[in-house]
Design a protein around this ligand. Structure first.
Ligand SMILES: Nc1nc2c(c(=O)[nH]1)N[C@H]1C(S)=C(S)[C@@H](COP(=O)(O)O)O[C@H]1N2
Ligand SMILES: [Mo]
Length: 196
């Protein structure tokens, strides 16, 4: 299994980012409760600055080349959960499938509860940015974003959309739900970029 729990070395930081405490629990943080989503009646869409707009069923999505990674998870409210095992498709794999245009610079993730979150394309084109449907060998629980969520272990967890149903490739930066409401747009845990 690919282990990316050492990515803090890239920024010269400790494994536990400053101001965080480690927990073995996995708290749930959602702006408005858990939407009930049926895998049989679920579509994942890719649109914007791409060669091929996609609309994939859950079976089609999970048939893309997938892998399991060991990752740490850092919540902006101050807890970190080490050694999560996430199974899914990496962002670069999905991007390659859609064919991203040269003028794309930014990405907006869209979720079934109306949540959005944004990242520069360069922050997404990393092998540890994943669309995941499995946690610790089980289906990803609904409260943690099942059927499918995003994980972005080099950022605070609000950059990872639970219940993700779409990705939009943008030619200009835009802000998502929390980024418009006072959370940091950049969200680097080792630099404690929590609030804007
Ligand atoms: N769709 C959606 N994704 C979301 C959220 C949300 O409210 N809706 N909350 C974000 C926030 S603020 C955090 S800290 C993490 C929490 O993930 P968890 O509930 O699995 O711990 O999900 C992020 N992704
Ligand atoms: Mo959060």
């Amino acid at each position: 299994m690919k282990d990316v729990t050492d990515l803090h070395e890239e920024v010269g930081g400790e494994r536990l980012p400053p101001g965080q405490r480690e927990t073995t629990r996995f708290p749930v943080l959602s702006k408005s409760g858990t939407p009930s989503l049926d895998r049989e009646d679920w579509t994942f869409e890719v649109w914007g600055a791409v060669d091929e707009e996609l609309a994939l069923s859950f079976d089609e999505f999970t048939a893309l080349p997938s892998e399991t990674q060991r990752q740490d998870f850092h919540c902006v409210t101050g807890w970190s959960r080490f050694d999560c095992e996430f199974t899914g498709v990496t962002f670069p794999t999905l991007a390659e499938r859609a064919g991203v245009h040269d003028d794309a610079v930014h990405v907006m993730f869209h979720a079934a509860d109306g949540y959005t979150t944004n990242l520069p394309l360069a922050d997404c084109m990393r092998e540890e940015v994943m669309f995941t449907w499995g946690l610790d060998g089980e289906d990803l629980p609904a409260e943690h974003g099942g059927p499918l969520r995003v994980v972005v272990p080099h950022k605070y967890a609000y950059k990872g959309a639970k219940w993700v149903t779409g990705v939009e490739f943008l030619t200009e930066p835009e802000r998502g739900y929390w980024e418009k409401r006072g959370y940091s747009n950049t969200a680097d845990p080792w630099n404690e970029e929590r609030y804007a």
